[in-house]
Ligand binder design. Structure first.
Ligand code: GLC
Length: 742
């Protein structure tokens, strides 16, 4: 991909750019070495989002000029007090940058990012990020550590909930949208905050999905899978980037000059700020690549990482390193210049108090249009995984039994990383269905952690037996995904499977609603439960949004952004895989089942489980059906300068209005390196009334066909390509070919 990085200063109105630059240079010349190092020190305030490390008194540190930014300040008055200390009482008067992880909403909590990605509608993410910025920017928050642009193929890794799934292109589109939503066009506006693309880079490749584990990544995988979403972030003008906790070529990302200086700043042209992750500078010692904090600080500043989040290594060691002639002061200046430029771009020098506005805050927090947006995004995030015999939507007037502790758990609906989200703001599924379904009975069935007592089981079986249909809320608790929340088993926690078995046994049809922050391995459920609706963690409007789908007021159109495995043993299992030298698919075997015939040996497959996943990337059903009636390419050959038009005609062949997500994949048939069986290059949501058809046109360029070639450059190689169009990665309805001529 060609880097088209936007500079942070592009987002400063032109008439103010020179002023910011002059201010930064003047400050740099005025600050003492100690004060400059203080700028690079970021401390934690109210609650920890990592292991306890810092012991500096924050207020004292601000006053003494030892702190340049603070994270996890959750209270507006406290934020104002900190800022006042920095601006009015410290010797240098440089305003602080105040940061908080505003990941999927500030107080109006939206679905988790993985859920938003299931909308396949980046506009949803832009809207939610904008709402979040509007609320945060009135509450003392200037800087969010989002979006996560991490791509991961491992659902055991709990952090998949924070990003957009397994596909580099989808992740890039969502990351861009979030940055637009957070930063807008003008960082000095009162409804924008600074974004941070994280975690640079390769963190999603942790071995065995175990949090903070080793990463061992080829350069090809780095460039093709993990880097593209970050390139998209730079294109969107993201102002800051966070180092990952991971290794790349055995060197931690924070001290990895190849990643930070050569790749991010050099090759990709990023001019903004690089902040460490929580104590990631200090962790060089644990990784065994630095003997002590002094060594760690030296390695990180030399690598080009600017701000030290909580390790204290810069604060305690940098002055000495410069005075001893080990580190050049110009490296400190380089980092401080970037931080001050970011502060200038946010308009902090003109008005350091712009973000503290009680009146604006009370007007904006949980405003009606924010809740309405949260409901809409939550509706669009749901994925109908299956719907036998059109069990959903529920018929009017029937007796409905609602079961499951999660159906009434406000806290869990917020998901992990819910900033200042408050369970009191959540409308649960139970609350909404009680309002909207006349004949509803509720039985808890299981605790929120999935444990089932005999009494709970009996009461649930009784309620379901006498109902026409059961809606059963099952899944994970919110803390079972997110940071430091890896799971080796991806089934429903506790006794929830047993509960479902007993309820299915009653003969009453069961629709399961899933709450979870990652793909689950639910093969039993997929076989025995007639309808399954994936709701992720939907946020404050959980109840209304899910009820809209269950009751047929919204036709679900979400599609999976990440593959659901049959079993954990298949992981990693993802759609854009390479072929092998012995592809089982060529032997004509049914790969949705384990092999029956031992003579099928010597192909790439498992003996005991299918090769195919349970639900593929891109999968999602609807209350209507769609037919692809025509797919045409406007040329059989194109040159590198030409574009290829792909026209896709899709028809709503059912009897309800609905939205189809048209998915366009490309396969490079022969390359200098092995190429994936398909890669997503375009998608579009198409709204269609019953019986209606529409033609969607896509334009592909050679940028969509390129890859990291054997010549170690990003290029499209001449030869044959397939354009695959369809409903999901495992439901391709048309394959057309063309040739790229050199
Ligand atoms: C963490 C996370 C990072 C977050 C930071 C600050 O440990 O890895 O994503 O932004 O701390 O809370």
């Amino acid at each position: 991909m060609e880097a088209q990085t936007r500079s942070l200063l592009d987002q400063v109105p032109p008439e103010r750019r020179a002023e910011v630059e002059t201010r930064v240079e003047t400050l740099l010349s005025e600050l003492t070495l100690e004060q400059k190092v203080g700028q690079l020190n970021q401390l934690n305030a109210d609650f920890a989002t990592g292991t306890a490390v810092d012991d500096m008194d924050v207020e004292r540190g601000i006053l003494d000029g030892d702190i340049g930014s603070v994270l996890n300040v959750a209270d507006l008055e406290e934020a104002r007090r900190f800022q006042k200390l920095a601006v009015e009482e410290s010797d240098h008067g440089v305003p602080l940058a105040l940061a908080l992880d505003v990941i999927h909403g500030h107080r109006t909590i939206f679905p988790i990012p993985l859920g938003e990605a299931a909308s396949w509608n980046p506009e949803m993410a832009e809207r939610s990020a904008h709402v979040a910025a509007t609320e945060a920017a009135a509450s003392g928050v200037q800087w969010t550590f989002a979006p996560s642009a991490d791509v991961s193929r491992d659902p055991r890794w709990g952090r998949v909930m924070e990003a957009a799934g397994e596909d580099p292109y989808l992740a890039g589109e969502f990351s861009k949208a979030r940055i637009r939503g957070f930063q807008g066009d003008d960082l000095t506006a009162d409804d924008t905050i600074l974004a941070c693309a994280k975690h640079f880079v390769g963190y999603g490749a942790v071995e065995a999905g175990r949090e903070y584990n080793t990463v061992d990544l080829s350069e090809t995988a780095l460039r093709e899978i993990h880097l593209p979403p970050f390139e998209a972030c730079l294109e969107a003008g993201v102002g800051s980037v966070m180092n990952g906790f991971n290794l790349y070529e055995r060197i931690p990302a924070s001290s990895n000059e190849t990643l930070v200086t050569d790749l991010l700043r050099g090759e990709l042209g990023f001019e903004g700020l690089v902040v460490s992750d929580w104590d990631s500078f200090g962790e060089l010692v644990e990784h065994g690549v630095a003997g002590d904090l002094r060594d760690a600080a030296r390695a990180c500043i030399e690598a080009g990482s600017d701000v030290d989040m909580v390790s204290g290594s810069y604060a305690t060691e940098l002055v000495g390193l410069v005075e001893d002639g080990v580190v050049e002061e110009s490296l400190v200046d380089r980092a401080v210049r970037r931080l001050l430029t970011v502060k200038g771009a946010m308009g902090l020098f003109e008005d350091p108090y712009r973000y503290f506005d009680e009146e604006r805050r009370s007007r904006r927090i949980l405003a009606d249009d924010h809740r309405e947006a949260a409901r809409e995004v939550a509706r669009e995030s749901q994925v109908l995984l299956k719907n036998d015999d059109d069990l959903l939507p529920l018929d009017d007037g029937g007796d409905v039994a609602l079961v499951g502790g999660l159906a009434d758990s406000a806290t869990d609906m917020l998901g992990a990383w819910h900033a200042v989200g408050d369970p009191a703001d959540v409308t649960t599924l139970r609350t909404t269905l009680t309002d909207r379904v006349e004949n509803l009975t509720y039985a808890e069935g299981c605790d929120r952690d999935g444990s089932v007592s005999d009494e709970q089981l009996e009461a649930a079986v009784r309620a379901v037996t006498s109902a026409d249909v059961a809606v059963v809320a099952v899944g994970e608790r919110y803390g079972q995904s997110g940071e430091a929340a890896s799971r080796a088993h991806l089934d429903l926690p506790g006794d929830q499977r047993a509960l479902l078995e007993a309820l299915v046994e009653t003969g009453t049809p069961v629709a399961a609603v899933l709450f979870n922050g990652r793909p689950l391995a639910i093969d039993w459920e997929a076989e025995h439960v007639p309808a399954i609706l994936e709701a992720w963690f939907p946020g404050v409007e959980a109840g209304p949004a899910i009820a809209d789908v269950l009751l047929g007021e919204h036709n679900p159109s979400g599609r999976l952004p990440m593959t659901f495995p049959v079993t954990e043993g298949q992981i990693p299992v993802y759609y854009n895989r390479l072929r092998t030298g012995r592809p089982a698919e060529d032997a004509g075997a049914d790969l949705t089942k384990p092999p029956e015939n031992p003579s099928e040996k010597y192909t790439s497959r498992y003996l005991d489980v299918p090769n195919e996943p349970l639900y593929a990337f891109g999968h999602g059903e609807s209350y209507t059906t769609f037919a692809y009636t025509d797919v045409t390419l406007d040329a059989a050959t194109i040159t590198a300068e030409e574009r290829l038009a792909v026209d896709v005609t899709v028809e709503n062949a059912g009897d309800r209005t609905g939205t189809e997500v048209v998915q366009v994949y490309v396969r490079d048939v022969v390359g200098s390196r092995a190429r994936p069986v398909r890669e997503l290059v375009r998608f579009e949501n198409v709204d269609l009334d019953a019986g209606e058809s529409a033609t969607v046109s896509f334009e592909l360029t050679t940028a969509d066909l390129g890859f990291w070639t054997a010549d170690e450059e990003y290029a499209a190689e001449p030869g044959e390509f397939e354009v695959q169009v369809g409903h999901a990665a495992d439901d391709i309805t048309a394959v057309e070919t063309f040739e790229l001529v050199g």
